[in-house]
Design a protein around this ligand. Structure first.
Ligand code: NAD
Length: 477
């Protein structure tokens, strides 16, 4: 049985109830976590506050950086162990689980180095005054984390918050807690003071809601669905608590007729099958210029047919989805597509070794998807790619911007002027030209516009969101 991690110690929930931990590869329960309560959140927030005003406040920025670097090195030493935990908990193929563990260590490395490089400014003002600004931490920050990339999202969110001088109360997804409970233990082992990193597990509508409403939380960083993002924002609005929202996406890959097909193909495939399509920035819409549409779909269809899906430990192209309800959600989308007469170009194969009780879904390529259909509008969060064609730049921009989301866009063309025109006209938080995702990019600010959220995480920019600016004006004559 797993416990919360509060003030550097395991803690039972006041509910005295637990939730099952299920392996998505076979659908079987293999452990339990605490079903947390509002009282548990209160206990964690108190521990965090005590730390913030006590041991944490005594650390200089450089000392904080050294502590974070020690954790980064420790995470690197334990990368295989963490990857194995994540693989079982989330159904991630080995390569993906390892990449997540390595990225977690890298986030702490990046933010360790940033701790003592965050500073205010001196401002020119009237004669007789000296005016400057301080960048101060918010205090106790709350972090609500989804199940798709627990370690990476913890790294970017908690890493940034700690570097800026905050202490953290973390609510992981009820479907993916295991790696983060271990990370918190490792943080305690390298010397993080009790209360700096606290983890409370349980349901979102119980523990997550209590976190968003708690008066002792000074800032909330939420990563998850737009629906829950709205609830978090509403709860936080009651007490004017600042919020960063990292929400969903329906990101377009826009391929012009002059693009290099050999370069486009593997990247387009990976952008939708990575993590079984359960990626906020998945390239889930494929917009192709007329002329290249048929040749590209033919080659892409062949690539999809070769994709193999199976248990995470087999380390195939695609692992299982996180849970049965997610599998059902993808099935519902595909059934809607069938009823609407949307043609299927190709599907990958689920291998024979995959247990029937696991949550598998073969990657699916659909073509001629009408821009108004829900497959072109809503996040499937599964390995389903919706392709459509466009005539020219104006048409490409119209289609690209025709959803409520604006997280990431990929633009594929050799024409430099068009690259820049398109990058300006597409509404999204990140634009990639002749690549997609830049291999993760810990250093690159990330976040959305429209219903993809607001605020930025990753990179140095995140530290601005995890601080508040105080202006000090001195009149000395
Ligand atoms: P979700 O919104 O269902 O859950 C996210 C977290 O919120 C979980 O910890 C959950 O327990 C909690 N939660 C649920 N109800 C709550 C409530 N009423 N109050 C407070 N907390 C609550 O999302 P999910 O299914 O875990 O993750 C998938 C979603 O996350 C997708 O929409 C995806 O695009 C998004 N996502 C976005 C990013 C990004 O950076 N933009 C990254 C990863 C995932």
């Amino acid at each position: 049985m797993q416990h919360h991690f509060i003030a550097n110690a395991p803690a039972r929930s006041s509910s005295e109830r637990t939730l099952p931990v299920i392996d998505p590869s076979d659908g079987q329960t293999y452990d339990t976590i605490q079903r947390g309560t509002a009282d548990d959140i209160d206990q964690a927030v108190r521990a965090a506050r005590q730390c913030y005003e006590g041991a944490w406040s005594k650390l200089s920025a450089a000392e904080r950086g050294r502590l974070m670097m020690r954790l980064s090195l420790k995470l690197g030493e334990h990368a295989e162990e963490l990857a194995a935990i994540e693989q079982r908990d989330c159904g991630k193929p080995t390569k993906q689980a390892r990449a997540d563990a390595v990225a977690l260590a890298r986030y702490f490395e990046f933010y360790a180095g940033a701790c003592d490089k965050l500073h205010g400014e001196t401002l020119p003002y009237q004669q007789g005054y000296t005016v400057f600004t301080w960048r101060e931490p918010h205090g106790v920050t709350g972090h609500v984390i989804p199940w798709n990339y627990p370690m990476q999202i913890f790294g970017r969110s908690v890493g940034g918050a700690l570097a800026a001088g905050n202490v953290c109360v973390v609510k992981p997804s009820e479907d993916a807690c295991m790696s983060l409970l271990r990370v918190a233990q490792l943080a305690a082992e390298v010397g993080f003071p009790a209360g700096a990193i606290n983890i409370v597990t349980g349901y979102g509508h119980e523990v997550g809601d209590a976190l968003a409403r708690h008066p002792g939380i000074d800032h909330i960083s939420f990563t998850g669905s737009p629906t829950v993002g709205t609830l978090i924002q509403q709860a936080a609005a009651e007490r004017h608590c600042p919020v960063t929202l990292e929400l969903g996406g329906k990101s377009p890959q826009i391929v012009f007729a002059d693009a290099d097909l050999d370069e486009v193909l593997p990247v387009v495939v990976n952008a939708i099958v990575q993590n079984a399509g359960q990626t906020c920035s998945a390239g889930s819409r494929l917009l192709v210029q007329e002329g290249l549409y048929e040749p590209l779909l033919e080659r892409l269809g062949a690539a999809f047919s070769n994709l193999r899906v199976g248990p995470a430990a087999m380390d195939l192209d695609v692992g299982p989805l996180i849970r049965q309800t997610q599998q059902q959600r993808v099935w519902d989308f595909l059934s809607d597509a069938q009823h609407a007469g949307i043609p299927m170009v190709a599907q990958g194969q689920v291998v024979e070794e995959a247990p029937e009780s696991g949550f598998y879904q073969a990657p699916t390529l659909l073509r001629d998807v009408p821009v108004t259909h829900r497959l072109a509008q809503e996040e499937v969060f599964g390995p389903v790619l919706a392709a459509m064609s466009f005539r020219d730049e104006d048409h490409a921009v119209e289609l690209a911007n025709a959803t409520q989301f604006g997280l990431v866009a990929g633009i594929w063309t050799r024409d430099g002027a068009r690259q820049l025109r398109m990058a300006r006209r597409v509404r999204s938080g990140q634009v990639f030209i002749n690549n997609y995702g830049a291999g993760g990019g810990v250093e690159l600010p990330f976040g959305g516009v429209k219903s993809s959220g607001y605020g930025r995480e990753k990179g140095f920019e995140a530290l601005l969101g995890f601080t508040t600016l105080k202006t000090v004006a001195i009149k000395h004559g």
